[in-house]
Write a protein that binds this ligand. Structure first.
Ligand SMILES: NC(=O)c1ccc[n+]([C@@H]2O[C@H](COP(=O)([O-])OP(=O)(O)OC[C@H]3O[C@@H](n4cnc5c(N)ncnc54)[C@H](O)[C@@H]3O)[C@@H](O)[C@H]2O)c1
Length: 280
């Protein structure tokens, strides 16, 4: 028997970077309420695992593997949603990583890699989604129906500034400008465009490491360092009013709020999900 709820019954959802961490939990949460999910990730195996998990729970999901920064990616992503689920109702721009350095040591490659992933890719995906979304919205308007669609862009409290993250904080601040602008441009299509800015969420990006430990991940063929120092992890606990970092599941809960019909009259907003810590 299926345990699938019906709050997002048969909505077509896209979640980028959904193979791990926060994106994975967002995909599982949306699917658990009946959404049919296009699961994107750079890496095929984690994407396949999420699709399999959703299907094993009685849900519907399909993978679209590839980097959000690839030039032909946004059209392929949109095509996957249209061919499998006949449109797009929910789009979560989540894929991302950090590649830190102080400004004087940051290379152009480092700068553009992060801007491309966190800001240019969401812009391109939104642009590619427009014809599909606007055609559906216009048809619904002609029938006198109001159907709300949801875009949730993922930002960070680093948008307010963070040492070593001039590339990332600029991209995460940029996505807030994009969010507020598209909320105004697409309001006539009944599209809610909002952002969630995370504080410290426990994923592989923020795994605490001792001085002698070092972890890397491969992103677009580059070895990128991940993790934070144990000292920083300890400090962050002290500053977070709720006393600990968030889990990926809790982070997904904040995204889910913007996908519900109850948030139909909320657009152009930023929700900080940081356990009480952080401002933008
Ligand atoms: N973890 C935190 O504390 C935190 C805080 C603020 C914001 N965020 C943001 O949340 C989002 C998710 O991060 P996470 O912590 O879950 O990280 P994560 O590494 O656990 O998961 C991110 C997923 O995105 C995928 N990915 C990375 N680059 C990609 C690309 N170019 N194309 C397609 N997929 C790609 C990765 O393969 C990975 O599976 C990111 O945008 C990140 O910047 C995280």
């Amino acid at each position: 028997m299926s345990n699938i709820g019906s709050r997002l019954d048969r909505k077509s959802a896209i979640v980028t970077g959904a193979g791990r961490g926060i994106g994975r939990e967002v995909a599982l949460k949306l699917a658990s309420e009946g959404a049919r999910v296009v699961v994107n990730d750079l890496d095929a195996d984690p994407a396949a695992e999420v699709v399999e998990t959703i299907r094993s729970q009685g849900g519907d999901a399909v993978a679209c593997v590839g980097s959000v920064t690839a030039s032909d990616f946004s059209e392929r992503l949109v095509r996957t949603a249209v061919e499998n689920y006949s449109g797009i109702d929910i789009l979560v721009n989540n894929a991302g990583y950090t590649w830190d350095n102080v400004l004087q040591k940051m290379t152009d490659e480092q700068w553009y890699a992060i801007i491309d992933c966190h800001l240019t890719a969401p812009f391109r995906i939104l642009r590619a989604a427009y014809p599909v979304i606007s055609a559906a919205a216009k048809a619904e308007a002609a029938e006198g129906r109001e159907v709300f669609r949801k875009v949730v862009n993922i930002s960070s409290i680093a948008a307010g500034g963070n040492v070593g993250q001039s590339n990332y904080s600029s991209a995460k601040a940029g996505i807030l400008g994009l969010t507020r602008t598209i909320a105004r441009e697409w309001g006539r299509l009944k599209i809610n465009v909002n952002a969630v800015a995370f504080g410290h969420i426990e994923t592989r990006l923020t795994v605490p490491l001792t001085r002698d430990q070092s972890e890397t991940v491969t992103i677009d063929g580059r070895e990128i360092k991940v993790g934070i120092s144990e000292m920083l992890a300890e400090q962050s606990r002290k500053f977070i009013p709720l006393g600990r970092p968030g889990t990926a599941e809790e982070a997904a809960g904040a995204v889910y709020l913007f996908c519900l019909p109850e948030s139909n009259y909320v657009s152009g907003q930023v929700l900080i999900c940081g356990g009480g810590f952080g401002s933008i």
